[in-house]
Design a protein around this ligand. Sequence first.
Ligand code: HEM
Ligand SMILES: *[C@@H]1O[C@H](CO)[C@@H](O)[C@H](O)[C@H]1NC(C)=O
Ligand SMILES: *[C@@H]1O[C@H](CO)[C@@H](O)[C@H](O)[C@H]1NC(C)=O
Ligand SMILES: *[C@@H]1O[C@H](CO)[C@@H](O)[C@H](O)[C@H]1NC(C)=O
Length: 473
Amino acid sequence: MAAVFLYLVFSVALPAIIFIVHRSSRCRRLRLPPGSLGLPFVGETLQLISAYKTENPEPFIDERVNRFGSLFTTHVFGEPTVFSVDPETNRFILQNEGKLFECSYPGSISNLLGKHSLLLMKGNLHKKMHSLTTSFANSSNIRDHLLVDIDRLIRLNLDSWPDRVLLMEEAKKITFELTMKQLMSFDPCEWTESLRKEYVLVIEGFFSVPLPIFSPTYRRAIKARTKVAEALSLVVKQRRIESESGEKRKDMLGALLASDDHGGFSDEGIVDFLVALLVAGYETTSTSMTLAVKFLTETPLALVQIMEEHEQIRAKKGEGEALEWSDYKSMTFTQCVVNETLRIANIIGGIFRRTMTDINVQGYTIPKGWKVFASFRGVHLDHEHFKDARTFNPWRWQNNSGATYPANVFTPFGGGQRLCPGYELARVELSVFLHHLVTRFSWTPVEEDKLVFFPTTRTQKRYPINLQRRDRV
Ligand code: HEM
Ligand SMILES: *[C@@H]1O[C@H](CO)[C@@H](O)[C@H](O)[C@H]1NC(C)=O
Ligand SMILES: *[C@@H]1O[C@H](CO)[C@@H](O)[C@H](O)[C@H]1NC(C)=O
Ligand SMILES: *[C@@H]1O[C@H](CO)[C@@H](O)[C@H](O)[C@H]1NC(C)=O
């Protein structure tokens, strides 16, 4: 607790004082969105942190939306921040990336990501690399190249499960193995397993903020990142040699090397890029796998329906025969389950941006240089946009020709120039995972370690389940 206090004093007090002085001069003339800046220095940071330890998924936002409406000002993590829980404003923020808003991460996060990561890139380079990544993960490439390994590696994992697993841990292992295959064509082996151990330490570093300087977890993460980067840079060197002798591979690294016609990418740059991709799909995809299972378990009718859908697919195939693209496309109810899971339980609750100029929205002004937070989950859980918004109801997506929900209301993958390049890949991985899970097992969760509605990553539970193997259809 002493460390928390010190951190707050050092990193929060100074900006807060500057802010208060500033506010009394310039901002008084501007009409800020309503809200409360909380205590001097700490603002409302402590309320934000403690709110997310409860079962209500959006307590911090709920309370303020009730008081101030869907656009409000608060003060968190050392800065005044405007929160938007309004679909129109969120769309405005996403569509004006690089013009009126830009992404901004604390230095502690940038150090872990690496400065050449896609998440930190801006301008034309970002455009080029974003589109390269999007092509790599697009549906034709998944259909023609990635699906066969997704299917195989998920089967391999599930077939080795004992009678009791920690589902979240298994989902993370699967996600890591899939990504290693997609990025660098590595099958799971001792080397990838030892890399994964280091990698897990890096990931823990992301959740050690806001206390980087005092946190042993963060220092350990930085060390582990160096080790991961060293291991990957050996791979990159090797692959450069192969590539120069004309050997092409159809993985992400291959795509990077092929697009590097003028030798513009340093090894360090490529490594940063790969690490960022490993990070971006990891917690996100594995959490949605786990939460999909949790919601299905709690909604027996949906579980029966999804089992039937997958048994029908299995019935048409031979023992152990791989899923094909047409099978994926026939999983219509599964897609409803996927959307509903992403709607309620997306681990990315929204996105932070910084204003590049004074912004006028809804009759208010957000001053230049301020932080904004576009809350996706807040919109997803708003009864105005989704009937019984806090109930898991996959059937709400049925009969949906895309017209049921406007595009700015359901945004689990963000939008605009930074739309998640992995949006289709994540859906496919989740669907294939559910296919093999429900056709192999029935399960019961272990009561004492129930996953909360929305697990904050720090207190995240591992969701142990007991498995019974089913007679194969
Ligand atoms: C359920 C799974 C996933 C969810 C919910 C998700 C969500 C998101 C969101 C909301 C963003 C936008 C961030 C922003 O605007 O600042 C994003 C960006 C990104 N995602 Fe995903 N993602 C998922 C899986 C994946 C996967 C599997 C990959 C692997 C290819 C991936 C790669 C990325 C990358 C590289 C970015 C940065 C894009 C940029 O800044 O241009 N994501 N993701
Ligand atoms: C996917 O990317 C490839 C390579 O850039 C491109 O040829 C193909 O048309 C894209 N497919 C879709 C469905 O966008
Ligand atoms: C799921 O959401 C996507 C938007 O992300 C939408 O295009 C798709 O139609 C939805 N699927 C179903 C089954 O409603
Ligand atoms: C979808 O359509 C079917 C048949 O047309 C109907 O029975 C069902 O109630 C509809 N579901 C929803 C959620 O509207």
